[in-house]
Design a protein around this ligand. Structure first.
Ligand SMILES: Cc1cc2nc3c(=O)[nH]c(=O)nc-3n(C[C@H](O)[C@H](O)[C@H](O)COP(=O)(O)OP(=O)(O)OC[C@H]3O[C@@H](n4cnc5c(N)ncnc54)[C@H](O)[C@@H]3O)c2cc1C
Length: 287
């Protein structure tokens, strides 16, 4: 199917893009990599009258280090994150997440900002962004503001971004000393979206987990922090029995949805299995 008619805009600056959003309000949609929006437009699930393409806006893509954080432009593609030497050195888990998204075409076109703003319940980045304690920088008519990952995902395909705001960058803290991180997912066999995905970041001191941060995607309507897992593993030995016991609490706080991929019970089971695998891999990677 073809999309409905729309006007196509190519702003040259963030300010111009913001002006277009302010002028056309609900009738406008930002276009990044197009790998979520264009399929929705072709199915007429989205019918924006104005498409505001961010691809010609300079300064929105690229990865640099600043004040203990990786600063990733919203228009940075999944492929650029996957292959960035800086990401590999400072936050390898994020590169691993990017490398597991879809297929090469999706990774070449899709962007980190588009993925986070779209907030697909089965997207990979959201779990990692929560576990890593990242912050999103949004620019709107009143200037810039920063949104913590824990406050960003509001519901199904819904974020804290206002309709007149643009996500401009993602700030990801560089890995701390004595920490390790991993992302494990059960991919949908066709799309590779996460049926269930778990990202874990742990700090291990003298054999004990002194800090744990775990994000979950796929099973519910939005990505969430696995608070039960975090509470259960913190202060415990970084060993198999403690990890197993903590992983049992993975479904807590997740509004698990039954769908074509599986029943509620099956998804809860997957959450436990993948929480265990993510924590095992995270503790094994501690340096
Ligand atoms: C076949 C296929 C397989 C896929 N598999 C996976 C997978 O395994 N894992 C996964 O996580 N994802 C997967 N995806 C989704 C893919 O990662 C998309 O690239 C991503 O969800 C959207 O990014 P985009 O840059 O293409 O955004 P677009 O499609 O251009 O935009 C998506 C939405 O975000 C808004 N938006 C975009 N940029 C901004 C911004 N800077 N500020 C505010 N709003 C913005 C747009 O207005 C739109 O509403 C798959 C997609 C396809 C087509």
């Amino acid at each position: 199917m073809y999309p409905a008619q729309f006007d196509y805009h190519t702003p040259g600056t963030v300010r111009e893009a913001l002006d277009l959003l302010a002028r056309h309000k609900d009738d406008a949609k930002l276009l990044a990599g197009g790998h979520s929006l264009l399929p929705a437009m072709k199915l007429r699930l989205a019918q924006p009258k104005h498409l505001v393409d961010l691809r010609k806006v300079p300064g929105l893509s690229g990865i640099k280090e600043d004040a203990g954080a990786l600063v990733i432009g919203a228009m940075t593609t999944h492929y650029a994150v996957e292959t960035s030497p800086l990401v590999k050195a400072k936050c390898p888990m994020l590169g691993q997440v990017a490398g597991q998204i879809g297929d090469p075409m999706v990774r070449n076109m899709g962007t980190i900002g588009g993925s986070l703003a779209h907030a697909d319940p089965a997207a990979d980045y959201p779990a990692a962004i929560i576990a890593l304690g990242a912050e999103m920088v949004a620019e709107g008519p009143k200037g810039k503001r920063t949104i913590k990952a824990d406050d960003f995902f509001k519901g199904l395909l819904t974020t804290a971004l206002a309709e007149d705001e643009i996500l401009t960058e993602v700030r990801v803290p560089v890995a701390a000393a004595k920490s390790g991180a991993a992302y494990m997912k059960f991919p949908h066999p066709a799309s590779r979206f996460a049926v269930v995905g778990v990202a874990a970041v742990v700090t291990v001191d003298a054999g004990k987990v002194s800090k744990a941060s775990v994000g979950i995607t796929g099973a519910g309507t939005k990505a969430v922090r696995a608070k039960g897992v975090e509470a259960a593993i913190t202060g415990k030995a970084a060993d198999a029995p403690s990890i197993q016991a903590a992983a049992e609490r993975a479904p807590e706080g997740v509004d698990v949805q039954a769908d074509l991929q599986g029943s509620e019970d099956y998804k809860k089971h997957l959450l436990k299995v993948f929480a265990k695998r993510a924590m095992e891999a995270a503790t094994a990677s501690v340096k």
